[in-house]
Write a protein that binds this ligand. Structure first.
Ligand SMILES: O=C(O)c1ccccc1N[C@@H]1O[C@H](COP(=O)(O)O)[C@@H](O)[C@H]1O
Length: 217
């Protein structure tokens, strides 16, 4: 995987512009109604058009059925689908085949054993996103919680595996995360917000700058 910075959960033209101007490689739009970052099909269509040709456009879905995916694909025309629910390897392969878009499967990490999921998905998903496991609360979101996992679990992981690091990253800790894990790709949502769902252009710029500097070090 090339060195990549993804800003996820963008929901306004101004903050999307901040991400694009800062040089984000990937921008993410959430299609999950329980999320404070969820965008309507209309907003998603407009934001995706704004980003077209400037960054790779990612649509984030959680245990979505085919009709929900279909309407997102038609409206947002994503370059990549991020699957952030309980989609197993067979479902990931089926979505990839049916919708003809590359997929990134998110895996929740809390302990070393959780990394076994990486091998299971590496053959069917184009990318694997390593995120912290969500808190054990009935209403917890499956991601976007601003929680980190123990990055030391990744020490020794084959850096050629197509993984992207996420979970609780921000301008203040992304340097250490890249240094410790050797990850070539990072993703952030909460860490560049002033409150859930409200992105901060200055934090977005600071995150992209810090990640780029850490990649180059
Ligand atoms: O951002 C959300 O609202 C969200 C909802 C459901 C699933 C995943 C979600 N976000 C993704 O979670 C990770 C980590 O986010 P954070 O930086 O810790 O807030 C990231 O990949 C988001 O894309």
């Amino acid at each position: 995987m090339d060195k990549l910075v993804k800003i996820c959960g963008l929901s306004t033209p101004d903050t999307l512009d901040a991400a694009l101007s800062a040089g984000a490689d990937w921008v993410g739009f959430v299609r999950f109604p329980k999320s404070p970052r969820h965008v309507s099909l209309e907003t998603g269509r407009d934001l995706s058009a704004q980003a077209k040709g400037r960054a790779l456009r990612v649509v984030l879905l959680v245990d979505a059925d085919d009709s929900f995916i279909q309407e997102a694909v038609e409206a947002l025309d994503p370059d990549l689908l991020q699957l952030h629910g309980h989609e197993g390897p067979e479902r990931v392969a089926a979505i990839r085949a049916r919708f003809g878009r590359p997929v990134m499967k998110a895996i929740g990490i809390a302990e070393a054993a959780d990394l076994s999921g990486l091998a299971a998905y590496a053959g069917v998903a184009d990318h694997v996103l390593l995120d912290a496991k969500p808190p054990r609360m009935p209403d917890a979101l499956p991601g976007g919680n601003g929680l980190s996992f123990d990055w030391r679990l990744l020490v020794g992981l084959d850096p050629r595996l197509p993984f992207m690091l996420s979970g609780g990253l921000g301008p203040g800790n992304v340097t250490e995360a890249i240094k410790l894990t050797g990850s070539k790709a990072v993703d952030v949502s909460s860490g560049v917000e002033v409150k859930p769902g409200v992105k901060d252009p200055d934090k977005i710029e600071a995150f992209v700058k810090a990640a780029r500097a850490a990649f180059a070090a």
